[in-house]
Design a protein around this ligand. Structure first.
Ligand code: AMP
Length: 160
């Protein structure tokens, strides 16, 4: 059984409902259990202005799927929620990222783990720390220290 962390994000089409639907879909992935989920966090979009805020969250999964199979399941959920990507950083109904898969390093054309940008994103690190305050990102260091280095990015925990 591997512990895998998945990042969820949405800024289109009722993000709160999109994330609720995505969490329900995660529960249906075979050979996989949702062990914990974070609160929702609100953040301003990175890399393009004039878009709605994002809602983000992180789920902790316990799985016997391979990392590739798990990514395939996440992409199927994205497709089912009709994600459209007309241009880079476009608003999105649902984005699912495989952040961590145990302590493995994976570097293939279609899958990089740890997720290559997670260590620099407060909207990933804040919910991750809620689920595991002692977490270390392989090759990057303590999530607590990584979040401190993202102090210029505002994220706020949404009321339940
Ligand atoms: P994005 O638009 O940022 O969601 O990127 C999606 C693309 O990133 C897909 O083609 C995936 O194959 C690729 N990818 C590479 N590593 C990961 C990862 N750890 N989690 C999700 N997608 C990934």
């Amino acid at each position: 059984m591997i512990r895998a962390f998945v990042g969820l994000g949405s800024n289109l089409g009722d993000p709160r409902a999109q994330l609720a639907q995505a969490f329900a879909a995660l529960e249906r992935i075979p050979q996989t259990r949702v062990a914990a989920r974070s609160a929702l966090y609100r953040s301003a979009p990175i890399g393009s202005s004039g878009q709605p805020d994002f809602l983000n969250a992180v789920a902790l999964l316990e799985t016997t799927l391979s990392a590739q199979a798990l990514l395939g399941a996440l992409q199927a959920i994205e497709r089912a929620q009709r994600r459209e990507r007309p241009y880079p950083n476009a608003p999105r109904t649902l984005d699912l990222d495989l952040l961590l898969y145990g302590s493995e390093h994976i570097d293939t054309p279609g899958l990089q783990v740890p997720h290559p940008r997670m260590h620099a994103r407060a909207f990933v690190l804040a919910p991750l720390l809620e689920l595991d305050p002692e977490l270390t990102v392989p090759g990057r260091g303590r999530a607590h220290d990584l979040l401190a280095a993202c102090a210029s990015q505002t994220v706020s925990r949404e009321p339940a």
